[in-house]
Each structure stands twice: as structure tokens, then as C-alpha cells.
Design a protein around this ligand. Structure first.
Ligand code: NAP
Length: 583
């Protein structure tokens, strides 16, 4: 895919996009001259290839108002015009928000995009940009075939739904987690068009809606019962498909409690009766750089393998705005790098997103229970990574998602004109601070020492950007009101004095903790710091179980993670295939 399908960048920001079309912007109904393309040629080629998979026509309706969100309107109209010229199965009708058609469809926002509105309720409020373009394309294909792509378990769960549901997902074009959650919602709307209505709202294009619903972090999902008898369910973050579907049907985010112990077990494990059993040589858990590389190396060695990922590919790297020290790239966006690694891995092995692992049983064959499917394998590679470390201070949990965030790539856009603070002194803190400063935020870094541990290169960049640093200080409390964070209380560690710093957001970047739940369940030995203990071949304390990447500690670099992934796969190959040169 061309860069157009990547993150929102200088090159594909809407203002630039709208200027790409010479003269007045054509609506999809206006014939455009043959050379008047908005999409670059390589992107058009990608689109034509993608549209070979269209199963039939897709009716799109777009609504705009000239005096609202003009650059986004122009972009959307021009983009859709190109798509309809590339394939006449993309049938676009453009209306004004003041038209009767808008009233009929219940549209009052510009721009709004509806998919097959005669029989589906799928809409974007705001033009799909950046990461959302991917979702848009996938939904086009799915709508053309009227196939949700949900698992059989999810389909069964949804088949039992009796009451209508309204799902709203707030997103931001640079958020790598958002497309997965939007797809969850749109797939449910395709599966149950009679009962599920799904809307994706770009929080930056529709700030009124985002403010009204208290959105301070994305993806932010609200599931409502339009009949009003059940309380709305608000969800922060990307969920695995089975959890999303369970939340949609039950309107509860916690695991279902039921008197039927078998049903409770089925739900907890994502089963609705039918479980497929698959045999592979190697199961890799986690699709960050380590896990993807392990999958690729296992397959290249001739082993059958699968990579299971509970959320989305890329791990921590996918939310790193810029990676600057990966060999071969002077600088590369974390999502872009991981897309490339994932695409390469997929040439060899399936990489299944949204596939959480509930349980592992060690026996002659290792059993990996992933809801719909139980994998029987000969070797297991754990690449479960690490998750952000909390500060553990008052207000941190209370304002999480309303100003407190651990992901500047996801949420920075919501605070692009505001005063924000970043806490921490490592590479992550400085990378996040630079990203926020470049978005336009007024950034202050708070660090508990008088020097950073981050690379000099990042420290120099921070100075160049003019980011303010508060040294020798810790955040004692996050303060706020009903709308979200208003300030942080700082304590100077040298003289004990305290003061308040007015900010709309606090980005926490104080390191990571390893994700070792599954490792602990099967009794793997951990080191004193809580990481999985491995030898030089990435072998753990249990034979045929390997670990790689951040879950093993060490210097935690992408370059070491991929090296460990390769090593783990090669060790697994040696241990289960016994090649002649190792005898
Ligand atoms: P890190 O290197 O462990 O740094 C964590 C920072 O948070 C430290 O400065 C630490 O202070 C501070 N801290 C920890 N607990 C705190 C608390 N309770 N209150 C206040 N401050 C606290 O973590 P990281 O920056 O997330 O980096 C993790 C790994 O990823 C590193 O290996 C890093 O190199 C790598 N990484 C690389 C890049 C890149 O592009 N090069 C980008 C991101 C991450 P002290 O310094 O006082 O301990």
C-alpha cells in the first residue's frame, strides 16, 4: 500500500489534499478531466487491485455544508470522486446537509458519509483520514459482500441479540488502535443491520460531539440502548472482537455472571459451543517486533506457525510516533515500520489480530486456547511485551481517558493547542514530548532528576523545539473537574516545595512493566525484576517454551527484539526438528 494509507502526515493532511485538485473541487457527480486525479498514481494502482475484491456495488452518500469543515469536505468529495472513477461499482451521491435527503437520513453534520444507507446503518462523521482510510477500504469490501467477517462465535452471540444498539466510536486519524475498534463496530452493523447502528466520529473534526461526550482519549466507544432501558456502556481502548461483541449484547464490560457454570466458562473463554482445533508446529503469542520476527523465522525454517495477537500488530512500537534508530531507517513512524514487518511476516504465516489467549496447557502437545480456536503445537514462543507503568498517584485513574494518557500518538491530537505535561526522563518521554510539541501543544516535561537518561540525540531535539523542562520534580496528584484534567501538582524533590502547573493533559511515560500473566500461569521462572528468565537461545525454564522481546527485559530496543525473535524461532526449530548439524 502506498503512504496515502498510512498516518496523517504533512503530505496527506486535508489542507494539502484539497489543494491537490486544481481549481474548484469536483463533486462525485461532476465529471472531472482525465488528468485531474487527487490520488497519486501508485495509490490508484493499489486501489484498483483492492477493488478486484469488491463483490458488488456499494452505494455511498456524502453530505456536506460549504461553511463547515471545508477542507475535510473537499478532501472527502475529491477522494470519493476518484474512487468512483476507478471502479463504477462505487456509487457516490453527494448532498448538501440542508437537503431533504439529509433530514430523511438524520444527517446534520458536515461532512457525513453513509454506507448503503437503504439497508445498513454505518456512518462516518468527519472524513476518514490517516489510519481510518484503511478501515474505510475494508468496510467498502465487506459491505460489497455483506459479510461482516466476524468469527462464528461472535455471529452466534449477535444472532441472539433482540434489542437495538447504537455504537459510537470516537477516533483520531493518527491513532493506531482506533481502526480495530471501528471495525468491531462496523462489522456488528453489517452482521445485524436490523438492530445495530454504528458511527465513527473523528474527535478532531467534530470537537463539539467529543466534548459533549467527555472524550479525552481515543478510541472511546459508547454503546447505547436506543430504547433507553439500559445504561450506556463507555469503553476506552481497543477490545478483542469477542469482548466487544459481549459488551454490545450485554451492555456490560465485566465478564458475564451466569448461573449456568458451563455458559460462564464458555463466555470467559470466548466459546459459544463450537471450538476449532488446529495443529501447528509453533504458536507465537504477541505480534510486536519480536513475535512477528519469530513467526517469520519459524516459517522460513519449514515449521507451520501462527502468530496470535490480542489487540493489533506492532505492540509498543505501533504507538511510537517516530523511531529514529532502527538500522536502515534514519527515521520512520512506528506504525509504518510495524506495518512493513507485519506485511512481510504475513507472506509466511497467519497473523491473527483480536486473538487473545485465555489458557495454555503444557503436555506432550502444548495446548493454546484462543477462544474460537484451540491450537495444539510442539513449541510455544511468548512475545507478550510490556505495558506502560502507572505513576500510582491520586487522580491518575480518575482522569484516565479524560486527560491522563499513555499514548501521545493516539491522544495528542486532542490537545494540539493546549498546555500538556509529560512525565519521565527516558526515550519514551522525550519522543512523546517531541511529538506533542510538533503537533502544536505547549509541552512541559517533568523529570525527577537533573538530567535525562534518554539518548543525547533526543535531548538535543528537545532543546531545539524549546520544550520546557521541570527538573527534580515529581507529579504528586492529577487535578481536574467534570470536564477532565485541569492541572498537576508538582513536588520539588530538592526543597520539598509544591506548586500547581495548569495543563489539560498528562502523558505518563515512566517505563514499562512486562506482561507475564500467561507465563506465570504456566509456572515459568521469572527474574528478580519480573521478566521471563531466558538463556542465550531464548529458552525458558519449561522445555519447548521460548520468550523474546520486552517480556524478557534487557535493553528493550526494537533491534534487540527482532534479534531475540529470530533466536527463539531458530531454537524452537532445533529443539523440535533436530537438524543433522546440531546432532
Ligand atoms: P525507561 O528508559 O525505563 O525510562 C523511564 C523514565 O521514567 C526514567 O527517566 C525514570 O526515572 C522515570 N520514572 C520511572 N518511574 C517514575 C516515577 N514513579 N515517577 C517519575 N519518574 C519515573 O523507559 P522508556 O523511556 O519507556 O524506555 C523503555 C525502553 O524503550 C528503553 O530501553 C528505551 O531505550 C526504549 N525506547 C527507545 C526509543 C527510541 O526510539 N530510541 C523510544 C522509546 C523507547 P529515572 O531516570 O530516575 O529512573
Amino acid at each position: 500500500m502506498s503512504p496515502f494509507f498510512g498516518k496523517k502526515t504533512e503530505e496527506n493532511a486535508p489542507s494539502t489534499l484539497s489543494q491537490a485538485a486544481d481549481g474548484p473541487v469536483a463533486t462525485p457527480d461532476t465529471p472531472a478531466p482525465a488528468d485531474d486525479w487527487f490520488l497519486p498514481e501508485d495509490t490508484r494502482r493499489d486501489v484498483v487491485r483492492l477493488f478486484e475484491r469488491l463483490a458488488g456495488p456499494v452505494a455511498l452518500e456524502v453530505f456536506t455544508a460549504p461553511d463547515h469543515n471545508a477542507p475535510y469536505n473537499d478532501y472527502l468529495l475529491t477522494f470519493l470522486r476518484d474512487l468512483s472513477r476507478l471502479d463504477d461499482r462505487i456509487q457516490v451521491k453527494a448532498f448538501a446537509v440542508s437537503d431533504d435527503a439529509a433530514k430523511t437520513r438524520g444527517v446534520d453534520f458536515s461532512p457525513t458519509l453513509l454506507f448503503s444507507p437503504d439497508d445498513l446503518s454505518i456512518r462516518y462523521l468527519g472524513a476518514p483520514l490517516g489510519e481510518e482510510v484503511r478501515t474505510f477500504m475494508e468496510v467498502l469490501l465487506r459491505v460489497s459482500a455483506r459479510q461482516s467477517g466476524l468469527s462464528e462465535t461472535s455471529k452466534k452471540t449477535l444472532a441472539a441479540l433482540k434489542d437495538p444498539r447504537r455504537v459510537t466510536v470516537f477516533v483520531n486519524p493518527a491513532c493506531p488502535y482506533c481502526p480495530g475498534q471501528v471495525l468491531n463496530a462496523f462489522r456488528c452493523a453489517i452482521e445485524r443491520p436490523d438492530l445495530v447502528a454504528a458511527t465513527c466520529i473523528d474527535a478532531a473534526q467534530h470537537t463539539e460531539a467529543a466534548t459533549a461526550r467527555g472524550v479525552g482519549s481515543v478510541p472511546h466507544t459508547i454503546i447505547e440502548d436506543p430504547d433507553g432501558s439500559l445504561a450506556p456502556l463507555a469503553i476506552l481502548g481497543l477490545e478483542p472482537e469477542d469482548r466487544f461483541v459481549a459488551g454490545l449484547t450485554t451492555m456490560q464490560s465485566a465478564p458475564i455472571r451466569t448461573d449456568d457454570p458451563d455458559a460462564a466458562h464458555d463466555h470467559a473463554h470466548g466459546h459459544a459451543g463450537d471450538v476449532a482445533v488446529k495443529e501447528v508446529d509453533v504458536v507465537v503469542i504477541g505480534a510486536g517486533p519480536a513475535g512477528l520476527t519469530a513467526g517469520m523465522y519459524a516459517a522460513r525454517g519449514g515449521l507451520t506457525a501462527v502468530v496470535l495477537e490480542k489487540a493489533m500488530v506492532g505492540g509498543q512500537v505501533a504507538v511510537t510516533p517516530q523511531v529514529e534508530n532502527y538500522p536502515g531507517f534514519a527515521t520512520v513512524a512506528g506504525t509504518k515500520l510495524m506495518e512493513m514487518v507485519a506485511a512481510q511476516t504475513r507472506q509466511y504465516v497467519p497473523v491473527i489480530e483480536g486473538a487473545g489467549v485465555d489458557e495454555i496447557k503444557i503436555g506432550r502437545r502444548i495446548e493454546v486456547d484462543s477462544g474460537d480456536t484451540v491450537y495444539l503445537c510442539r513449541a510455544l514462543i511468548l512475545a507478550t511485551g510490556a505495558t506502560w507503568r502507572k505513576l500510582g498517584i491520586p487522580g491518575e485513574d480518575r482522569y484516565f481517558g479524560r486527560g491522563v494518557s499513555a499514548c501521545a500518538a493516539c491522544d495528542g491530537y486532542l490537545y494540539k493547542d493546549a498546555a500538556v505535561a509529560v512525565v519521565g526522563g527516558g526515550n519514551t518521554a522525550l519522543t512523546e514530548a517531541l511529538h506533542l510539541a510538533r503537533l502544536g501543544s505547549n509541552v512541559t516535561i517533568i523529570h525527577r532528576r537533573d538530567a535525562f537518561r534518554a539518548e543525547k540525540h533526543l535531548v538535543d531535539a528537545l532543546e531545539t523545539e524549546g520544550v520546557e523542562v521541570v527538573w527534580n520534580s515529581v507529579v504528586e496528584e492529577v487535578l481536574g473537574d467534570d470536564a477532565g484534567v485541569t492541572a498537576v501538582r508538582l513536588k520539588n524533590t530538592a526543597d520539598g516545595s509544591t506548586r500547581e502547573l495548569a495543563v489539560r493533559a498528562l502523558f505518563v511515560a515512566v517505563g514499562y512493566i512486562p506482561v507475564t500473566g500467561l507465563a506465570q500461569d504456566i509456572g515459568l521462572t521469572l527474574d528478580e525484576a519480573g521478566y521471563i528468565k531466558v538463556d542465550a537461545g531464548m529458552r525458558t525454564s519449561i522445555p519447548r517454551v521460548y520468550a523474546c522481546g520486552d517480556v524478557t527485559g534487557g535493553v528493550r530496543q526494537i533491534v534487540t527484539a527482532v534479534g531475540q525473535g529470530a533466536t527463539a524461532a531458530l531454537s524452537a526449530f532445533e529443539d523440535i526438528s533436530h537438524p543433522y548439524w546440531k546432532k
